[in-house]
Design a protein around this ligand. Structure first.
Ligand code: NAP
Ligand code: ZN
Length: 370
């Protein structure tokens, strides 16, 4: 059994884990740049908890709270300016994947001045220490070496991916996610699911990533009932989703994503559809396509994935996703043609166990949202 796995982030899970473990932050320096979105970090208590921990340590901080969803290249340059101007020694991301990724971008740019035009072709080996506090349960960015950015020059989303971008610490306190709307909770949970499943369908999947992925899929699947109901999502469900999202992040930290993410980026870039929903809209059809390809191959991953999902077929899974997502957006033939073209050129599409030609991608798009 050949396998290798690398994830250097120290993960701390639990109620009040930032304050209880504040001593860990002391070695990172005197001043932090705290990176967040406009409002959620203030509302969910994560900003106050981080500020209290830093203050108790005698450390200071500056808040950069201008991260938008799907952060842009300009946003990370602005945050990096704040790091330098304020003389910060480390960067703390509080929020969903967007602030966490922006924090990573700022941490890397602070040590590596590079022109915007050269950002995605540069190789970065150093970044300031990064601390991640996820307040959505989806991206797993707290344990990945990746920052996904809106790349207007290429009209899509493009990733920076270097070991230096692994956060030093990830603090997972599910109480910050209690106020997430049901729609965002569903979108982000499905994002985590796509990470785990794409990881299992990656050319670089191994025994270790498979173990993490299977557990992640099973935990999210165990939450489908609660997600599709109308009862308030309690702390127990929140903890499970945050845990499963982190496990799925540990998977893609090593396997990367592939077909579904390559396709979903266009829906987000061109139509502003939330990242997790964008992936989820095409997810079931993608599994059907893999099931077809596996009929002529030695690969037999779909039965394993379906068993973790506790469904008998991709059709049954499609029914669950339809129930979670409600009415789907509609797209013109020209839009889908453009998205298939773009996805076929995405860097990560070749990470999957099967090659997908543009016509096959278009077919998945048409059957999902045509
Ligand atoms: P997000 O864009 O970070 O946040 C979505 C919305 O949720 C924002 O309006 C945010 O408000 C709000 N929000 C966040 N936490 C909340 C809370 N606890 N309570 C109430 N509202 C809250 O969404 P996301 O799905 O977590 O992240 C998506 C981004 O991550 C995309 O750019 C995607 O490409 C990227 N991603 C990265 C990785 C990786 O490995 N790095 C993996 C997958 C996806 P505020 O703006 O006020 O905070
Ligand atoms: Zn994702």
């Amino acid at each position: 059994m050949d396998s290798s796995y690398f994830m250097p982030t120290r993960v701390i899970i639990g109620d009040d884990c930032i304050f209880s473990n504040r001593a860990l932050l002391k070695d990172l320096g005197e001043k932090a740049l705290i990176v967040s979105g406009k409002s959620s970090a203030k509302a969910n208590g994560s900003l106050a908890d981080m500020a209290r921990a830093l203050e108790a340590n005698g450390q200071s901080s500056f808040l950069y709270d201008s991260v938008m969803s799907n952060p842009t290249v300009d946003c990370i340059y602005e945050a990096a300016e704040a790091v330098k101007r304020e003389g910060c020694d480390f960067v703390v991301g509080l929020g969903g994947g967007s602030p966490l990724d922006a924090a990573k971008g700022a941490a890397v740019l602070a040590l590596n001045p590079v022109e915007k035009s050269g950002l995605f072709s540069a190789a970065f080996t150093r970044a300031l220490p990064i601390v991640a506090v996820p307040t959505t349960a989806g991206t797993g960015s707290e344990v990945t070496p990746t920052a996904v950015l809106t790349n207007h020059a290429a009209k899509t989303k493009t990733s920076l991916k270097f070991p230096a971008l692994f956060p030093r610490f990830a603090f997972l306190d599910a109480k910050y996610t209690l106020g997430l709307s049901r729609a965002t909770t569903i979108n982000t949970a499905v994002d985590a699911l796509t990470h785990a499943v794409e990881g299992m369908l990656s050319r670089t999947a191994g025994a270790l990533t498979d173990t993490l992925a299977k557990e992640s899929v099973a935990v999210v699947a165990g939450c489908f009932g609660a997600l599709s109901g109308d009862r308030e999502l309690d702390m127990g469900i929140r903890q499970k989703l945050l845990y499963a999202a982190m496990l799925a992040g540990m998977v893609i930290a090593n396997t990367g994503t592939n077909v579904v993410h390559s396709m979903g980026y266009s829906l987000t870039y061109h139509r502003n559809i939330d990242h997790g929903r964008a992936n989820g809209l095409i997810f079931a059809e993608f599994l059907r396509a893999i099931e077809q390809k596996e009929k002529n191959s030695d690969s037999k991953r779909i039965p394993v994935i379906l068993s973790c999902l506790k469904v008998r077929s991709p059709d049954e899974f499609a029914g669950i996703l339809d129930g979670l997502f409600g009415k789907k957006e509609t797209f013109t033939a020209a839009e889908l043609e453009q998205y298939a073209e773009q996805a076929s050129k995405a860097r990560s599409i070749a990470n999957g166990i099967f090659r997908f030609e543009k016509a096959e991608l278009l077919d998945i798009f048409k059957k999902s949202i045509g």
